[in-house]
Ligand binder design. Structure first.
Ligand code: 3HC
Length: 689
């Protein structure tokens, strides 16, 4: 077995190097290796100080998440921290890359921290439904005070070395290339100065003021109530930090451990860990390996400077990739450019970008009214409105304009990519790149593989996604691809229940209680009913609302009425329209009541659609479908996505309930063959193929 920890001693300093690729996660073997090396250095009389350094791309990125839920192999991470606390010699952590979670906690248990300039530190456990369980909630407040600690730990954000130094989380920042030498020199200086071993656990100064402000914790919880809705980790973090303020260190630590044990066995954390690994799994395409050549993308063309085209453009600018942006009229082009600029300026106004960066990004755009300007682009993305005729016309023209070897992509959200590709003489170079609105914010990118799309083109799209900060999910060609197709039945059922007389506010409330940021009708009102309802062929409530000028939030009226603070309340007009449309369609009054019944009606058809998408091979794996829902539709991450959630509910129960619903409501509730097969075999989506 490869050694995960090794050491050398020079001039009285033991340099312990940890090496557990890819991110030095604190697996059992790394913990055992570190323990053995520390013991050796403690016992070695020639050693006066110890430096902990990591090999590879990063310092320790945290506990090994794959070990959660299994019995712990000694030593535990808290044991190692105690060992460092009690170390007879000063220990210095030399940090590069990202010191995260348990990795940063281990560094905090050392006496000193020296960080490379490009390093970042942080406690991202909250994203996994956890709290830092190796002293992070007790040590960080002792450095920065409770208030800053709460912000750091509940946000899980990564803190750059310079800020970490200013906050006192690290003791020195040095040039990247000199980290090892500087850390060794630091160690020797400490030895010469008498070998002081300051321990964060012994500090109380930063907490003194907090002891007189017990209301701080309830105030923090109240101020962040919206952000913390539905998730359990933040409340536990607040409790643990409060313990750091009120209790002696060891008692606070015991409290933290108890809270961690509770969280790590919670369904929320299991769901969030599932999402963590599912996100990374989505990048893997079975017939495309690291040896599949990808194409270098140095320049991009975007056709259409509307909402989607503008958002798509920003992704590339943010990654430093120049974009030629093409529109059909100067007015549309100017409007598109102005929107991009406004977005950047809003970011700058929040202090998250400098004015120079705004100009630098805007400077990467070459605006044009001529498709011929795309002749040299490596990748061209069409983002015009959803019309097959318009798209095939554009692709036929691109076929004549684009250089050989350029990738031609469509941002279509439901049209047949194979037909679009068929308009060119090079369908193997055509791929779907389906962004979600707002395209500069939403992290999902559906990469749509057409019948002819070549492997290098798919490989390029998947890798490019990571470069622009997106999570790519591979989809086959079907109406709506994965995310839109998956969620469509939820909308259909919400509208069916509305016509049956279920109050729309009830339908929305149940979705919000489940964890969605908003309900179906609230979302429609936000997007704008005129935008969504364009293609309706028969009389609908939405069509009637649009005809009545009720276009949604922007007009103060849509499904709901809105006050000046954009708070919604039920509308008599809408209620009347619903009754009229229901009567026109002959829908009997049969409201659904009870949260469980409402949820089954809204979400089981989504699970069922997921089963169909999987069975048809449109998605590669169940977890890709979960990622599409979480990142494309804000499915609550602590539910893990529709198929992970279905596994928790029990597939046999879902099938049984759907059969009952099918008897009343018809074929929308007919369980998909795959769902039935899994249920009958006592298997779950998560069991894999
Ligand atoms: N445990 C196990 N595996 C991990 C891991 C971890 N903590 N962190 C990353 N990995 C794996 C990934 O699954 C991935 O595996 P794969 O190649 O087989 O798909 C591989 O390492 C590389 O990860 P990324 O693709 O994410 O690499 P990036 O370079 O993009 O990002 C990173 C690196 C910023 C370190 C990112 O991986 C990350 O954020 N990791 C999680 C950090 C984290 O949450 N730490 C806290 C863990 S909980 C904890 O420490 C509890 C403690 O308080 C007791």
């Amino acid at each position: 077995m490869k050694q995960t920890a090794t050491s050398v001693v020079a001039d009285g300093v033991a340099l312990i190097t940890l090496d557990n690729p890819p991110v030095n996660a604190l697996s059992a073997s790394l913990r055992q290796g570190l323990q053995a090396e520390l013991e050796k250095a403690f016992d070695d009389e020639a050693v006066g100080a110890i430096v902990l350094l990591c090999a590879g791309r990063t310092f320790i990125a945290g506990a090994d998440i794959t070990e959660f839920g299994q019995p712990w192999q000694p030593p535990s991470l808290p044991d190692l921290c105690t060992m460092l606390d009690d170390a007879p010699k000063p220990v210095i952590a030399a940090i590069h890359g990202t010191a995260l979670g348990g990795g940063f906690e281990l560094a905090l248990a050392c006496h000193y921290r020296v960080a490379a300039q490009s390093a970042k530190v942080g406690l991202p456990e909250v994203h996994l439904g956890l709290l830092p369980g190796a002293g992070g909630t007790q040590r960080v407040p002792r450095i920065v005070g409770a208030e800053v600690a709460l912000e750091i730990i509940t946000s899980g954000r990564q803190i750059k070395a310079a800020e970490a130094l200013a906050l006192g989380l690290v003791d020195a920042v040095v040039d990247d290339a000199a980290l090892q030498d500087e850390a060794l020199a630091f160690a020797r200086r400490i030895m010469v100065d008498g070998g002081a071993k300051p321990r964060i656990r012994d500090r109380a100064d930063a907490l003194r003021a907090d002891r007189d402000r017990p209301e701080l914790f309830t105030a923090f919880a109240a101020a962040n109530a919206r952000r913390f809705k539905g998730v359990v980790a933040p409340a536990a973090i607040i409790e643990a930090v409060e313990a750091a303020v009120r209790l002696p260190f060891n008692e606070g630590l015991a409290k933290e451990t108890a809270l961690f044990e509770r969280l790590v066995t919670s369904p929320e954390s299991a769901a969030q860990r599932h999402v963590f690994f599912a996100e990374r799994e989505a990048a893997r395409v079975p017939d495309i390996g690291p040896d599949t050549s990808a194409i270098d993308i140095g320049s991009v063309g975007v056709i259409g400077a509307g909402t989607m085209g503008g958002g798509i453009t920003m992704n590339f600018l943010n990654a430093g990739i120049p974009v030629t942006l093409v529109e059909t009229s100067q007015e549309a082009l100017d409007r598109g450019l102005a929107t991009i600029r406004r977005n950047y300026e809003a970011t700058a106004a929040k202090g998250r970008m400098t004015a120079a960066q705004v100009e630098q990004r805007m400077g990467l755009i070459t605006p044009s009214l001529d498709l011929a300007a795309l002749a040299e682009a490596d990748l061209i993305i069409e983002a015009v409105y959803e019309s097959m005729d318009v798209k095939t016309d554009i692709f036929a023209r691109l076929d004549r304009i684009a250089r050989q070897g350029a990738i031609l992509a469509s941002n279509t959200s439901f049209l047949d990519l194979n037909r679009i590709a068929g308009a060119t003489s090079r369908p193997e170079w055509v791929v779907g790149l389906h962004f979600f609105s707002p395209a500069n914010v939403m992290r999902l990118l559906e990469v749509v593989r057409g019948a002819a799309t070549s492997k290098p083109v798919v490989a390029t799209a998947m890798r490019l996604a990571k470069r622009i900060g997106k999570v790519a999910v591979l989809s086959g060609v079907c109406d709506g691809f994965i995310a839109n197709r998956l969620l469509a039945p939820r909308g259909a059922q919400a509208e069916a229940m509305m016509l049956e007389g279920t109050p729309i506010a009830e339908i929305d409330r149940v979705l919000v209680d489940y964890g969605f940021a908003m309900g179906h009708f609230q979302m429609m009102d936000l997007v704008g009913l005129d935008v969504i309802g364009r293609n309706a062929t028969e009389r609908t409530v939405m069509g009637d609302l649009v005809a009545a000028g009720r276009l949604g939030q922007k007009r103060g009226a849509g499904y709901y009425d809105y006050d000046e603070k954009r708070r919604s309340r039920p509308s008599d007009v809408t209620d009347r329209l619903i009754k009229e449309v229901a009567a026109a369609h002959g829908v009997a009054h049969a409201p659904t009541s009870g949260d469980e019944a409402l949820l089954a009606r809204l979400l089981y058809p989504v699970v069922n659609e997921g089963a169909k998408i999987l069975e048809e091979g449109i998605a590669l794996r169940a977890s890709d479908i979960d990622i599409a829902a979480v990142l494309g539709y804000n499915w609550p991450v602590y539910r893990g996505g529709p198929l992970f959630w279905a596994d928790q509910v029990g597939l046999d129960r879902i099938v049984a309930d759907m059969r009952q619903l099918e008897a009343v409501h018809g074929e929308s509730f007919r369980p998909a063959p795959l769902l039935v097969r899994l249920a009958e075999a006592g298997r779950r989506f998560g069991d894999g193929a």
